[in-house]
Design a protein around this ligand. Structure first.
Ligand SMILES: O=C(O)CCC(=O)C(=O)O
Length: 268
C-alpha cells in the first residue's frame, strides 16, 4: 500500500484493493469455494433465500492447497502488516454463502488505539442491487460509533437510507481490507453472495499496553469459545517462516492450536 492508501484506511476504516487478484486466481478460488462449501454441507443443497446463511469457520482446511496459499500471499500479508503492524496475529478464516442482506453492524471493537480487521474476498460481481457491502466511512471512530450504536434503531431512517453510506461495488479479484470497527451492511435481499474472509488482529504485550493486552486475550478466548480451534496441525506444520510468524503469537498466548474442532481440520 502507498502511504496515501494507508492514510485512507486509517481515516475511513477500510480500503478496497481493486484487482488485487487476477481473474485466473479468482476462478480457482471460486471453484474451490463451491466444492468446499458443498463438502461442508455434506452434499446438501445450499440454503434457500432467507434461511440461515452457510458460514464455515475455520474454513481453509476444506482445501488446503488452494486456501492456504492466501495465508502465504505477500499481497495480503504485506497489507495486513502495513495496517496492523509487523507482528500481527492471524485468527480465523471464513467461507460464507449469504442468503440475503446483512443489517448495519460492526464486528469486534477493540479499545481506543487497538483494532482487528478482515480481508474480504467477494467472489461475484456485486453492485448495490446485488448486495455489495456498504460501509459508513469513519464509523470506526469511537464517538461516531457510540452515536450510531445508541441511535441507529431510532433514527426514523430505513437501513437503505442510512446517511453517509458508501457502497463498495465489487468485481471478482477485488479484496476489501476493513477495520472490524466500521459499520457495514449489505442492503439487498438477493441471495447467494459468496465471500471468503481472513481475520487478523494487532499484537501487544502487558508491558506495552495492559488494556490492549487484556482485550486481545479476551478476544482470542471469545473467538475460540465461539468457533473452536483456529489452526489445524497441517496448517501449522506446513507453514513457512512468514506464516509461522502470524500463527505463533496466538499459540504462545494459549490459543490457535487449542479449542474444539468444529469444522474439518486435516490433522495429519
Ligand atoms: O453481508 C455481508 O457481506 C457482510 C457480513 C458481515 O459483515 C459479517 O458476517 O460480519
Amino acid at each position: 500500500m502507498t502511504p496515501e492508501q494507508i492514510n485512507y484506511f486509517r481515516t475511513f476504516g477500510f480500503f478496497l484493493c481493486k484487482n488485487l487478484l487476477s481473474q485466473e486466481e479468482t476462478e480457482v478460488l471460486s471453484t474451490a469455494f463451491d466444492k468446499a462449501m458443498e463438502k461442508a454441507r455434506g452434499g446438501a443443497p445450499k440454503p434457500a433465500p432467507g434461511e440461515k446463511r452457510q458460514q464455515i469457520i475455520p474454513f481453509f482446511d476444506y482445501d488446503p492447497e488452494v486456501f492456504y496459499a492466501l495465508l502465504d500471499d505477500a499481497r495480503i500479508l504485506d497489507t495486513f502488516e502495513q495496517l496492523l503492524g509487523a507482528d500481527f496475529i492471524l485468527t480465523l478464516s471464513e467461507g460464507i454463502i449469504h442468503t440475503g442482506g446483512s443489517a448495519w453492524h460492526h464486528d469486534a471493537y477493540g479499545p481506543e488505539g487497538f483494532f482487528s480487521m478482515r480481508a474480504a474476498i467477494y467472489l461475484d460481481p456485486l453492485g448495490p442491487e446485488e448486495g455489495c457491502l456498504s460501509v459508513i466511512p469513519g464509523s470506526h471512530c469511537q464517538e461516531f460509533r457510540d452515536y450510531i450504536v445508541a441511535h441507529k434503531d431510532a433514527l426514523e431512517t430505513l437501513s437503505e437510507d442510512m446517511p453517509g453510506q458508501y457502497p463498495l461495488v465489487n468485481e471478482p479479484g477485488d479484496v476489501l481490507f476493513m477495520n472490524h470497527k466500521v459499520h457495514h451492511a449489505a442492503l439487498s435481499a438477493k441471495p447467494w453472495r459468496r465471500a471468503i474472509h481472513l481475520n487478523a488482529v494487532q499484537n501487544t504485550t502487558p508491558e506495552k499496553n495492559p488494556r490492549h493486552y487484556d482485550w486481545l486475550v479476551e478476544f482470542l478466548a471469545g473467538e475460540t469459545r465461539r468457533w473452536g480451534r483456529f489452526y489445524s496441525e497441517r496448517l501449522i506444520n506446513s507453514a513457512g517462516p512468514r506464516r509461522k510468524q502470524i500463527l505463533d503469537r496466538a499459540i504462545a498466548l494459549g490459543f490457535g492450536d487449542k479449542g474444539s474442532i468444529t469444522q474439518l481440520q486435516d490433522l495429519t
